[in-house]
Design a protein around this ligand. Structure first.
Ligand code: AHG
Ligand code: MN
Ligand code: MN
Ligand code: MN
Length: 319
């Protein structure tokens, strides 16, 4: 099921973020929260440019080395959520426990975020990003990705963009950070069509996952174009921008699932499906998976309808 059915005023490309949000939802609290997150993303974009790429000698609960810039982004996002006054609970990849942000449970939201996705590619100057999902009320477990009321990513590349989708409003929308500091609506995606572009994550799993190996061989044989950076944000964003392709991150006994359902996979699933694309963990949409634990991980694919059908068939269909 898609969220694109409700009749709403169509937004005009060129709108400011606030103009767009006012047309996209009547919920003033949600508008305020998304505007505040936009402010934090703008600051992170600026900080990432000159941040030291060194570690803090700390590892988070996922076993990732934490960079100073991971923690700075984390702090800025928690502050933005407090300042929004509409966030009840928040948690992040770096602080995966519910933090009370002081907002109301009723009429307010709970937010899960990955402050900086791709921290191991800051030094190589590849694109990195922020990912977050917004759930109504005070729950981030016992819910599914489909319960999100909005999801977004901030993208720090040659351009700084804020890509977001709202429940009940069609499309996934890209805002470009202009020189004067404003966000301008520059693209909307409502369909993901077919096209031979693949983005294969966790390729090491092909060593002991023959079905994944078979899928990769299909792309090679069919002369798909390879486009992979190792940053999930730009890797998934290209499907939304190019309106075609597939991203995979498949697990095996020796190369376990790494991506986090709450902080990464569910928000990106919301962005892809609102854009007219599809997602899967191999058997179902990632938006239908119940989030049992804040730190749950999963394998995932995002892409066009036919690519996701092929993905599920090759991984778990009888051949
Ligand atoms: P993070 O930097 O937030 O810890 O996660 C990075 C993720 C994701 O962006 C990417 O798809 C994946 O790590 C790549 O992992 P490997 O480099 O281990 O394959
Ligand atoms: Mn990390
Ligand atoms: Mn990440
Ligand atoms: Mn991260």
């Amino acid at each position: 099921a898609k969220y694109s059915s409700s009749p709403v005023i169509k937004c005009e490309l060129g709108d400011s973020l606030e103009e767009f949000l006012t047309k996209a939802t009547p919920d003033k609290g949600l508008i305020r929260l998304l505007m505040c997150m936009g402010e934090a993303i703008r600051t992170i974009a600026y900080k990432v440019r000159t941040a030291a790429c060194g570690g803090t000698q700390c590892v988070n609960s996922f076993g990732d080395e934490q960079l100073a810039v991971d923690l700075l982004a984390d702090k800025l996002l928690f502050e933005a959520l407090t300042y929004s006054h509409f966030c009840k609970y928040a948690c992040s990849e770096e602080v995966p426990e519910l933090q009370d942000m002081g907002g109301p449970a009723e009429g307010g939201f709970s937010v899960a975020f990955d402050p900086l996705d791709g921290s191991s590619i800051v030094d190589t100057n590849f694109t990195v990003g922020t990912i977050f999902g917004v759930w109504p009320g005070d729950k981030l477990t016992g819910v599914t990705g489909r319960d999100q009321v909005a999801a977004a990513m901030g993208i720090y590349g040659p351009r700084t963009t804020y890509v977001l989708a709202l429940k009940g409003f069609p499309g996934t929308h890209e805002f470009l950070l202009l020189d004067e500091g404003k966000w301008q609506h520059v693209k909307e995606t409502t369909e993901v069509g077919e096209g031979k572009l693949f983005c294969p994550g966790n390729l090491r799993a092909t060593a002991d996952n023959p079905a994944y190996e078979k899928l990769i061989q299909y792309y090679v044989r069919e002369k798909y174009t390879l486009r992979y950076t190792g940053g999930m944000v730009p890797d998934v964003n290209q499907i939304i921008v190019k309106e075609k392709g597939i991203f995979t991150n498949v697990a095996s006994p020796s190369a376990k699932a790494k991506l986090r359902l709450l902080f990464e996979v569910a928000p990106l699933g919301f962005l892809i499906e609102n854009a007219g694309g599809y997602s899967s963990d191999g058997t179902q949409s990632v938006l239908d998976k119940v989030i049992n634990n804040l730190d749950e991980r999963t394998q995932v694919a995002y892409g066009s309808k036919n690519e996701i059908i092929r993905f599920e068939k090759t991984l778990y269909g009888s051949s």
